[in-house]
Design a protein around this ligand. Structure first.
Ligand SMILES: [Zn+2]
Length: 312
């Protein structure tokens, strides 16, 4: 397996996807391609001219978005709803990949990371010759939003995500989940958990031009204490597990596997984007480490190059 081993990975071959975008409701085509070591995760908007296509999936390029994670490059070209792709890459130990997408939003698939995990398993990963670098949290840091949601990250030798959600609808209610990252854990515990919403929010979102592609095929919808999806939930605590999946994907915007413990109350993308950006911009709060030796920026760590990384 590809989490608890020291070398970088990429896919053995490319993976095509086709599906609608959750918020736009438009049909989207995506291809995940192998990439060389130290590329990180890069998205390319292949529907715009070549010089502006590349959007690195990194905290430095994350921007404010409603109900999803959005990244945007220096030319103003952005991409929304990357979080379930990022969670699949983090969870499966994919260090390097280039994702071509022909729209401003990633395809929603079934609302979870399961189709991505299945496809990654189908093609397999290859281990590259360069060693992994880890983003090691060295100091506790906390962010909060005015709604009362908060997130804290603190030093730990393993990645842990400990979250609590609290929704008015009793079909969701108050749930906790503690995820400990490791070989096979993502696939077994989080990958299948779907995104969700309350029925009364659907009309509100659609009036705002959001969730136009949303349906019971790509989200769990609850109303007055009842799950409206015919087959019910896929697993116990599916809602909290999905939030943990989202947090894992957002943490991967730090550009590599993270060692630290995230604790969050009412997590969401605005909160976790704020956390990763605050963390990234505070060099006293982390070290980038290879073989237990810290690496400084001057010794070779750079952000993903916007124009770099031809697919292999
Ligand atoms: Zn999500």
């Amino acid at each position: 397996m590809f989490i608890d081993q020291p070398f970088q990975t990429t896919l053995r071959s490319k993976i095509p996807f086709e599906d609608i975008g959750l918020h736009s409701g438009r049909y989207v085509r995506a291809v995940i391609r192998p990439a060389p070591a130290n590329t990180g995760i890069i998205f390319r908007r292949i529907d715009v001219e070549e010089s502006r296509q590349t959007v690195p999936a990194h905290a430095e390029y994350a921007t404010a978005a409603r109900l999803c994670t959005r990244i945007q490059n220096d030319s103003g070209v952005g991409l929304e709803t990357v979080e379930h792709f990022m969670a699949a890459f983090a969870g499966m130990g994919v260090d390097n990949a280039i994702v071509d997408i022909d729209a401003s939003e990633a395809p929603i698939l079934d609302g979870s990371s399961k189709p991505l995990v299945d496809a990654i398993n189908r093609v397999g990963l290859t281990i590259l010759t360069l060693r992994r670098r880890y983003f090691v949290v060295t100091r506790t840091l906390q962010v909060k939003l005015s709604c009362g949601a908060w997130a804290r990250i603190e030093p730990s030798d393993k990645l842990e995500i400990d979250i609590e959600i609290d929704f008015e609808d009793v079909a969701i209610g108050r749930q906790n989940y503690l995820y400990r990252h490791g070989n096979g854990k993502f696939e077994a515990e989080l990958a299948s958990a779907r995104t969700f919403c309350q029925m009364r929010d659907v009309e509100f979102m659609q009036n705002a031009g959001l969730a136009l592609g949303g349906s019971l095929n790509n989200a769990v919808v609850v109303e007055n204490g009842v799950v409206l999806n015919e087959d019910g939930l896929r697993m116990e605590n599916e809602f909290a597990r999905h939030k943990a999946l989202d947090c894992l994907g957002d943490l991967y915007l730090l550009g590599m596997q993270v060692k630290g413990k995230l604790t969050s109350f009412r997590p969401g993308h605005a909160l976790s984007t704020k956390l990763v950006q605050t963390l990234w911009r505070d060099p006293m709060a982390y070290q980038i480490v290879e073989d237990n030796l810290p690496i400084t920026v001057s010794e070779g760590y750079t952000l993903p190059e916007v124009a770099a990384a031809a697919a292999v």
